[in-house]
Every structure is written in structure tokens, then in C-alpha cells.
Design a protein around this ligand. Structure first.
Ligand SMILES: Nc1nc2c(c(=O)[nH]1)N[C@H]1C(S)=C(S)[C@@H](COP(=O)(O)OP(=O)(O)OC[C@H]3O[C@@H](n4cnc5c(N)ncnc54)[C@H](O)[C@@H]3O)O[C@H]1N2
Ligand code: MOO
Length: 390
């Protein structure tokens, strides 16, 4: 058995980042930007009013009354110059006219015809956004990075209509087992519903992949081969179950017979011990254990970082943070334990009392995986421990 860290290093070594494509900005949500974007202009492109009011020069004409000589609205600049004793009615987002050095908000002004009178003794704030305060022409958005909603607006503001992004990884998910039927089917008394693929598909899609659930492979070589053949064009093949040492655990032998390379089998983690990784033709092959929580924990720890690496985001484990243990923990065994846990007020974390890897209900109550490292001793409530958000 190798450590989780070693296993992840092996997985990353099996990955070459995917190619790129150009997509319209409206289609770029969640994609990974692979080439830097250069701003085509300053933002704002002119000194802009930050409030509705009157533009005037407080420095050169510090009087209390001004004559209104025109108007500037967003998209409609005032063409002239503001002179001594003059003001321009201005609206948020409009270019500040030449000669003005501040915008007095309309709440601080009384107006009578074309004359305004300031009601405050002094101009407290300029309310002007100088040209280029957000970014200047030539500024770059670095790559790689995930395009979140805010980055999409940033690219748009830079007048970038298309983005150079990573191709979406194609993920084929294969559940294996004679006991499985799909949700909505009519299970026999000795059958259960295949659930894990739905979690893994959602997880892969949240990482920017295109994921498909293939037909369930039965516990015989011909069936597993036939379904694996359907995944021939995938970038990543994720099998679920059939990974252990039982007579019906065929994923290892069958993929081996089909020419798969194997980087490792069995990881010192709990749950998820019988995890396997390799390559099958053009695809990264992840063989996940069948227990629902085991497969989902492996998805978080291995599939998600692998999908990020494929999209060019680099080789990094899932982010972990620290929290204060809410109760005592007994010493851990030789496998790192990813305990289903709940974050509480004041930065505490409480592991669930039942850590059986078959319990989806417990996983759904959890918002974190508390990491109890392999071989770590007993821990006391109040100690700091690391966790991963799930
Ligand atoms: N003698 C040993 N037995 C087992 C070992 C071991 O080291 N020695 N390891 C145990 C561990 S740890 C795990 S995890 C499981 C993993 O086994 P498999 O990957 O072969 O998984 P299966 O036997 O196919 O299934 C386990 C369990 O999960 C259910 N399952 C499978 N696929 C799905 C699915 N798509 N959706 C929902 N549930 C699924 C399956 O019915 C079983 O109940 O092996 C231990 N055994
Ligand atoms: O490691 Mo198994 O994955 O404990 O349930």
C-alpha cells in the first residue's frame, strides 16, 4: 500500500494537459483559461462620475453657488469645459467634463433654475473614478485560471469576446456489479440501486468535465470489456466496484488483459483502500472501490485533482484547512482516515460516530472530511486538525 500523497503523484504523472479551444465568453463559464488575456483599453476609459450630482471645480472656484451650463450622462459626454463658477449636471458613469475636479452629490445641493447652491460647507469627497483605476490597456489576466462569474465580467470589461480555454475532459463512468440496477428500475430482492455514478458524474461536471454514465457492466469479462469499449474515446475512465480481492472483482484483471498499464493498486486510506490507477489506451483509468462513500471520497481526493490537472490547472491535492477538534479521537491505524465530519460554530469539527463506508446518509450530513493521518496517535478535543470541504 502506498500513501495518498504518493498515489496522487502517480496519478498526476499519468496526465498530460488536454488541448485548448476558443469559446465565446457566454459559453466560458467554469472553463479553465489557458492563455493570458490582455486588456484592450483602460477601465474606466475616462475619469468617471461615481455619483449623481454636479461636476464643478472646488479648487479653482470654492464658492457656494454655481451656474449649471449643461449635462453629462452615461454614454453622453458633455463636450465643453467647466469654468469658474460653473457646474455640469452629471450622472453616475458619465465622463467628468474637463475643468471639473469633483462631483457634488445632488443631496448636498439645492437647485433653482440654472443655479445650484451647496448646502454643505466643504466638498468632502471627489466622487470621481480616475481613468484606468480598475485596469489599464495592456494589463493582463494571467492563465491558467478557472473562469468564475467574476472573471467572465472581467474579461468582458477588457473587451475580450472569446476565451482560449482548455478542452473539457471527457469522463466515462462505469458501475460494475451483478447486484446493480439503475434508479427507476425494478430491483430483485438481492439487488441494489446503482448510486455512485450519479455523485461522480456531478462531481466531474462541477470540475468542468463532460461526463457520461455508461451501461452497468456485469460481473463477467465479456460484459466489462463491452462497456469499456464504449469508453474508448474518453480522456478519463472511472470504474466503480469490482476493485477488491473477491472472485467477482474483475476490473484489475480485465483492464490488464485489455492492455492497461497500472501505476498503483491499494492506497493507505480509509475509505478507499482498493483504489487503482493506470492508463487504458488514451485514457486515465481510475478504478474506484464500490462502497458508496469510498467511491465518492476517492472522487474528491483523486478524480477532482486529476480533472484540474487535465485542464492545465497544475498538480495539486484538494485544498485543506484546519479546525478545532470537537471531541477526543482514538489513535488511528495504518491508513489515513478521511472521517465524515461536520463543521460547527467557532471553527470546530466533529466526526460522525458511524464511519461505515456504506452510509450515504452520514456522508450527506457531513460538510467536511476530517483527516486523521496514518499512524497518528490519539487526539484530544481542542487540538487543531486538517480537513477538506466536501
Ligand atoms: N477480503 C477482503 N474483502 C474486502 C476488502 C479487503 O481488503 N479484503 N476490502 C474492502 C474494502 S475496504 C472495500 S472499499 C470493498 C471494495 O470492494 P469493491 O471495489 O470490489 O466493491 P464491490 O465489492 O463491487 O462493492 C462493494 C459494495 O458497494 C456496493 N456498490 C458497488 N457498486 C455500487 C454502485 N455503483 N452504487 C452503489 N453501491 C455500489 C456493492 O453492492 C457492495 O455492497 O471491498 C471490501 N472487501
Ligand atoms: O476502504 Mo473501503 O473503501 O473502507 O470501504
Amino acid at each position: 500500500m502506498i500513501s495518498v500523497e504518493e498515489a496522487l503523484t502517480h496519478v498526476f504523472a499519468l496526465i498530460t494537459p488536454l488541448g485548448t479551444e476558443q469559446v465565446a465568453l457566454a459559453q466560458a463559464s467554469g472553463r479553465v483559461l489557458r492563455a493570458p488575456v490582455t486588456a484592450q483599453r483602460d477601465q474606466p476609459p475616462f475619469a468617471a462620475a461615481a455619483m449623481d450630482g454636479y461636476a464643478l471645480s472646488a479648487a479653482t472656484s470654492p464658492q457656494t453657488s454655481y451656474r449649471v451650463i449643461g449635462e453629462a450622462a452615461a454614454g453622453h459626454a458633455f463636450a465643453g469645459r467647466v469654468g469658474t463658477g460653473e457646474a455640469v449636471r452629471i450622472f453616475t458613469g458619465a465622463p467628468v467634463p474637463e475643468g471639473a475636479d469633483c462631483v457634488v452629490i445632488q443631496e448636498d445641493v439645492t437647485r433653482d433654475g440654472d443655479t445650484i447652491t451647496l448646502t454643505e460647507d466643504r466638498v468632502a469627497a471627489r466622487h470621481i473614478r480616475p481613468q484606468g483605476t480598475d485596469f489599464s490597456a495592456g494589463d493582463q489576466i494571467s492563465a491558467p485560471r478557472r473562469l468564475r462569474p467574476s472573471e467572465l465580467a472581467w474579461l468582458a470589461a477588457m473587451n475580450c469576446a472569446n476565451a482560449h480555454v482548455s478542452r473539457r475532459p471527457d469522463v466515462a463512468i462505469i458501475a460494475t456489479g451483478d447486484e446493480l440496477v439503475m434508479p427507476g428500475e425494478d430491483p430483485k430482492p438481492d439487488q441494489i440501486i446503482a448510486s455512485n455514478a450519479f455523485a461522480l458524474k456531478a462531481m466531474a461536471e462541477a470540475e468542468g468535465a463532460r461526463a457520461r454514465i455508461l451501461p452497468i457492466a456485469r460481473d463477467n469479462e465479456a460484459s466489462l470489456r463491452a462497456v469499456l469499449d464504449l469508453a474508448a474515446d474518453a480522456d478519463m475512465i472511472v470504474t466503480i466496484g469490482g476493485a477488491s480481492v473477491g472472485d467477482h472483482d474483475l476490473v484489475g484483471p480485465v483492464t490488464h488483459a485489455m492492455g492497461a498499464s497500472r501505476a498503483f493498486y491499494k492506497v493507505a486510506m480509509r475509505p478507499g483502500k482498493p483504489l487503482m490507477a493506470g492508463r487504458l489506451e488514451g485514457a486515465l483509468l481510475l478504478g474506484l472501490p464500490g462502497n458508496p462513500v469510498s467511491s465518492i471520497v476517492c472522487g474528491h481526493l483523486f478524480m477532482r485533482p486529476a480533472l484540474r490537472a487535465m485542464q492545465g490547472l497544475g498538480a495539486y491535492p484538494m485544498h485543506s484547512a484546519t479546525a478545532t477538534l470537537a471531541c477526543d479521537l482514538p489513535a488511528n491505524g495504518p491508513r489515513t482516515h478521511y472521517m465524515r465530519a461536520t463543521l460547527g460554530p467557532g471553527g470546530t469539527i466533529a466526526p460522525h460516530p458511524d464511519q461505515d463506508s456504506a452510509l450515504l446518509g452520514v456522508l450527506c450530513q457531513a460538510d467536511a472530511l476530517l483527516i486523521h493521518p496514518a499512524g497518528d496517535g490519539a487526539r484530544k478535543a481542542g487540538e487543531q486538525m486538517r480537513y477538506i470541504l466536501v
